[in-house]
Design a protein around this ligand. Structure first.
Ligand SMILES: Nc1nc2c(ncn2[C@@H]2O[C@H](COP(=O)(O)OP(=O)(O)OP(=O)(O)O)[C@@H](O)[C@H]2O)c(=O)[nH]1
Length: 372
């Protein structure tokens, strides 16, 4: 069984360590290997995590995780089996990696998704991005990496709500919806968050209920929900060029804080990095041709690069009982995997994209006809 890895990323000083300190005290994370990237000489995070058993923390001080220590990350994960074992038995069942603030998450994700010694034993469970409500607006304006961190997230944890007024909180929630409509926004005041809100986010868990796959895809948050199949639904939808989506996909199951934000269009400042971000869903009503997954992966391979921030898809393919699931981050694409069952009656193929500067029309043209 593959060991799930959660990537905890977020803006500088946003509260990642505070979140992690809370999480590692929860019983659900009792058998978790925490890998912390330290930057500079003072192992502050390590001190803050003093209650984590020493052998569960790997401190890597050789530099920024995204650029210089991927080799360390690979060897740490490769060796973890025997290094964190007692009497020959591995002492952890999951991994959380905390990245340095403002690290570009893409190279780390690429490492986790594509390096053979990792993918043989581990699977990426989810990307959790911590967003500091007090400072995020300025951070998003100043740092394209911050926008990227929000765009690749499966879940957004909102910290420092106590330091932001309600207008600022709402404005930021809307802005994050525009960047990443599928990622639920969960408050994490002073790091307090339900482990269920950050674990089990991936689509490939054997024990997962099939409904979780739909949750993972969140196509409805991209404007693809609530419509029956049929010819009228066959057209592609793009909501993002000029408008923010209709509603935030906010995870109210785990935290009890529900915001159903209705997001109008956002201001258009050409200097804002997030104005280059587009989020859209491409739908296909009819089952796709048997070779569509391969053709799709080839087309996505040509599109893959720094501007393909995130793609997730659930495909209906002729001759397959369950949906075929794909996903990718920038340069890295997962292999298509067939799931045992559909999560519900909606059997349309759905592909959700978050891109930078790539319009839906360009993607649709590249994908071409995938139907039989
Ligand atoms: N008021 C308030 N402060 C918070 C909250 N969450 C975290 N903090 C504080 O924010 C500061 C930064 O938190 P850290 O957890 O160190 O942030 P980090 O993201 O790990 O920081 P770097 O690793 O340096 O990027 C600390 O002083 C925390 O106590 C919150 O919800 N409210």
């Amino acid at each position: 069984m593959h060991i799930p890895i959660t990537l905890l990323t977020g803006f500088l000083g946003s509260g990642k360590t505070t979140v992690l300190n809370h999480l590692v005290r929860q019983p659900e994370l009792a058998r978790t290997l925490v890998i912390v990237n330290e930057f500079g000489e003072v192992g502050l995070d390590h001190l803050l995590m003093s209650r984590v058993p020493d052998d569960a923390v790997v401190e890597m001080s050789s530099g920024c995780l995204c650029c210089t220590v991927r080799g360390d990350l690979v060897s740490t994960l490769k060796n973890a089996h025997w290094r964190y074992a007692r009497a020959g038995e591995r002492q952890f069942d999951r991994v959380v990696i905390e990245t340095t603030g403002l690290a570009d998450p893409a190279p780390i994700l690429q490492t986790l998704m594509t390096v053979g010694v990792i993918t043989r034993r581990y699977r990426l469970d989810g990307v959790v991005t911590v967003v500091d409500l007090a400072n995020a607006a300025a951070t998003l304006d100043a740092h394209p990496e911050a926008v990227k961190q929000a765009a690749v997230a499966d879940r957004l944890l909102l910290t420092k709500g106590d330091l932001a007024d309600s207008e600022a909180r709402l404005g930021l929630a809307r802005r994050l919806v525009a960047i990443n409509p599928g990622a639920a926004q969960v408050p994490a005041d002073h790091g307090a968050v339900d482990p269920a809100a950050v674990l089990g986010l991936g689509p490939f868990q054997p024990e997962a209920k099939s409904a979780d796959v739909a949750h993972w895809l969140s196509a409805e948050a991209y404007g693809a929900g609530g419509r029956a199949g049929g010819a009228a639904a066959a057209q592609d939808r793009e909501h993002q060029d000029d408008e923010a989506p209709d509603h935030a996909h906010v995870d109210d199951a785990h935290d009890g804080h529900t915001h159903h934000d209705h997001a109008p269009g956002h201001d258009h400042d050409p200097n804002r990095h997030d104005d280059r971000i587009r989020a859209f869903c491409i739908l296909r009503d009819a089952p796709l041709a048997a070779d569509a997954p391969e053709r799709l992966m080839q087309a996505l391979g040509e599109l893959a690069g720094p501007d393909l921030l995130r793609v997730k898809g659930m495909l209906s393919v002729q001759g397959r009982a369950g949906p075929v699931v794909i996903h990718g981050v920038q340069h890295s694409l997962s292999k298509p995997v067939e799931l045992a069952a559909w999560p519900g009656p909606d059997r349309r193929s759905r592909l959700v994209f978050i891109t930078r500067d790539i319009p839906q029309s360009a993607i649709a043209a590249r994908l071409g006809t995938l139907e039989a």
